[in-house]
Unconditional design. Structure first.
Length: 170
C-alpha cells in the first residue's frame, strides 16, 4: 500500500516538473502585453492575448522595497510610464518565483535603463550583464538624481534592506 502511494506521488511530481519545464520553454523570447498591474518599482503584471496574465520582473535592476525610503516613488514612476499601456517584453530568464525576468520597452524607451538613469533603481550588479545599466547608475549618482539627490543620505540597496529585515524577523 505504502509503495503504491509512493509511486503515485513520484508520478505526479514528475508530471508537474515536466509541465513547468514545458511552460517556461513555450514562452517566446519577445512578447507584448498590456500592463494591468504595477506591483512595485520592478514588478508588473501584463495581459497577453495567448498566454494570459503574466508576472514580469525587470531584469538587471532593483528598486527600493515599498516599505523602504523611495519605494513608493519608484513604483509611481513605473506606473506613470507603463500602467494600462502595451509594452514589449524581451525575456531574459524565468526566476525561482516563476516570473519572467525581462527588459521591458514602451515605444523605443527601455524602462529598466530609464529607472536606473533617473534614480529610481540600482544596477543589480549580481544579475547585471550590461555595462549600460551600470553606467546609468553612475550618471544618476553623479547628477544627484532621485535616490542620490539628498545630501547626507546614503540610500540602502534593496538587497541589503531585505537581508536586514529578514535578520530582524528571525
Amino acid at each position: 500500500m505504502l509503495s503504491k502511494i509512493k509511486n503515485t506521488f513520484l508520478i505526479i511530481l514528475f508530471c508537474l516538473i515536466n509541465v513547468y519545464s514545458l511552460a517556461s520553454n513555450e514562452i517566446p523570447n519577445t512578447l507584448f502585453g498590456k500592463v494591468v498591474r504595477v506591483v512595485d518599482g520592478d514588478t508588473i503584471h501584463i495581459k497577453n492575448r495567448t498566454l494570459g496574465l503574466i508576472k514580469i520582473r525587470l531584469a538587471e535592476i532593483d528598486t527600493p522595497e515599498l516599505d523602504q525610503p523611495f519605494g513608493i516613488e519608484a513604483k509611481n514612476a513605473l506606473k506613470k510610464l507603463v500602467d494600462n499601456k502595451i509594452v514589449k517584453i524581451k525575456k531574459v530568464a524565468i526566476d525561482r518565483y516563476n516570473r519572467i525576468v525581462a527588459i521591458i520597452y514602451i515605444n523605443d524607451i527601455e524602462i529598466n535603463y530609464y529607472l536606473v538613469k533617473n534614480g529610481y533603481a540600482w544596477c543589480y550588479e549580481y544579475y547585471n550583464h550590461r555595462e549600460k545599466i551600470k553606467n546609468a547608475e553612475t550618471i544618476a549618482k553623479k547628477e544627484k538624481i532621485g535616490l542620490w539627490a539628498k545630501e547626507n543620505f546614503k540610500p540602502i540597496p534593496p538587497w541589503k534592506w531585505r537581508k536586514n529585515k529578514k535578520l530582524k524577523n528571525e
